[in-house]
Write a protein that binds this ligand. Structure first.
Ligand code: SF4
Length: 302
């Protein structure tokens, strides 16, 4: 059966317009993420993430470096958003996330970007770091649908999300791609100023999984819908890989797709923290794979 993105059904029922309004209301006293800055972003105030009322886009392009089910034959239609609500001290995209490099974009332009990516053959629209712009992204959808958008939307986030917002995205997002970073509140507090990260990400993962289930692909192996979990292995076991893999396997499903990543490099302010001063060793990465296998996980990292 031909793939139908979730957002089309919501558009037809009128529910998409209600969600757009609910999300917009949150911007007036921003609680889009657990930082809960409660500032009015529609009136020029900025909070922890530094994002304003308008979208700020850093780049738009077909990405061939993402996971194979997203890249397919013609790339993942990537839209990099400026700023970030997590602001990790070791961020490899710090010029975008911390410095906010990008251009202000109105919702009609956002809609055109999405459709253009689809027109050049991209298999999905991949919003990178969308958390602090969820209302503006969803507000662009009606026009994008009118212009012919039909590919799945990928929510490529850091996992530090508001449960209320993720619930409002139910039926809009087809593929959730959270990067599960830490399972220790001390580590998350030290490197992301988010000591509640582990408890937040557990609830968020559960809700994402409830909405979309395990990652499903079409006959070509291209992702259509589901949860795609990322986990960046850190030096000295700082990412809490054992806890992450156990949670995913035992509390969600062993059939989840999990991309275990080895590309940590000590960039940005990592030099200020002795624990972060080197890349991950081969032994550390192989150990992370072994942990995943031990819990019965089998997709995404073989
Ligand atoms: S999205 Fe930004 S302004 Fe809103 S609560 Fe989070 S950090 Fe604060």
């Amino acid at each position: 059966m031909a793939f139908v993105p979730a957002y089309l059904r919501l558009r037809e029922s009128g529910e998409l317009d209600r969600r757009i309004e609910s999300l917009r209301q949150i911007l007036k006293s921003c609680e889009l993420c657990p930082r809960q800055c409660r500032i009015d972003r529609l009136n020029g105030e900025v909070g922890y993430c530094c994002a304003g009322g308008d979208l700020r886009v850093s780049s738009v392009f077909p990405h061939y470096g993402e996971e194979p089910p997203l890249v397919g034959h013609h790339g993942s239609g990537t839209i990099f958003l400026a700023h970030c609500n997590l602001r990790c001290v070791f961020c490899q995209n710090y010029d975008i996330s911390h410095h906010g490099n990008g251009e202000r974009v109105k919702t009609d332009h956002m809609a055109q970007y999405m459709v253009k990516l689809q027109q050049i053959g991209c298999h999905n629209i991949n919003f990178v770091t969308p958390t602090h712009y969820a209302p503006q992204i969803v507000a662009a959808l009606p026009e994008a649908i009118e212009l012919g958008l039909r590919v799945p939307l990928v929510y490529n986030c850091g996992g530090y999300e508001s449960l209320e917002v993720i619930r409002l995205l139910d039926g809009i997002i087809d593929i959730y791609m959270p990067d599960v970073k830490f399972f220790s509140s001390d580590v998350a507090g030290k490197f992301c100023n988010a000591s509640d990260y582990p408890e937040v990400v557990k609830l968020v993962l559960r809700e994402m999984y409830r909405q979309v289930g395990e990652l499903k692909m079409d006959s070509r192996g291209i992702a259509e819908r589901g949860l795609l979990i990322r986990h960046l292995v850190m030096p000295r076991g700082l990412a809490g890989t054992e806890g992450v893999m156990r949670y995913v396997a035992e509390e969600l499903s062993r059939d989840n797709y999990v991309n275990i990543m080895a590309q940590y490099r000590p960039v940005y302010r990592a030099a200020e923290y002795p624990d972060l001063d080197r890349p991950v060793t081969t032994e550390e990465f192989l150990e992370a794979l072994e942990i995943a296998r031990k819990y019965g996980l089998h997709r995404g990292f073989e």
